[in-house]
Design a protein around this ligand. Structure first.
Ligand SMILES: [Zn+2]
Ligand SMILES: [Zn+2]
Length: 123
């Protein structure tokens, strides 16, 4: 059975918003207190949770959606901390995120997004 090493992330506004959306009724302070108790701790997970993150021993919960031609995507598996969310449900690996940033700065975002959506496969 595969095992994974998961590091709990520190408190963040984005996660607080997510918790609130999921019905969390506590304040930001209460959320921080709860998070900071476990932040930075490593925990082991064992089970059939799919591929490992390509960059660490965590669960590869995301696949890189960067189009690599022929209707395929990069598909590098990544955990929460290594995936870069560039749009809703769209994640890029480190290398592709850097390429994306360069591309974005060159003003190619609109064209790129159209490509990404065209290439994105349903999971
Ligand atoms: Zn990782
Ligand atoms: Zn990639």
């Amino acid at each position: 059975m595969p095992c994974y090493l998961h590091t709990t992330k520190p408190a963040s506004r984005a996660e607080f918003d997510q918790w609130t959306l999921m019905g969390y009724l506590g304040t930001w302070e209460a959320y921080c207190t709860a998070k900071n108790r476990t932040a930075g701790q490593n925990s082991f997970l064992c089970g059939e949770l799919g591929p490992h993150c390509a960059d660490c021993a965590d669960v590869g919960a995301y696949l890189c959606d960067y189009p690599v031609g022929d209707g395929k995507t990069c598909d590098r598996s990544m955990c929460d901390s290594h995936a870069h969310e560039i749009a809703h449900e769209l994640h890029y690996c480190d290398a592709h995120y850097k390429m994306w940033e360069v591309f974005k700065q060159a003003g190619g975002v609109d064209a790129a997004l159209r490509n990404v959506i065209a290439y994105k496969t349903e999971k």
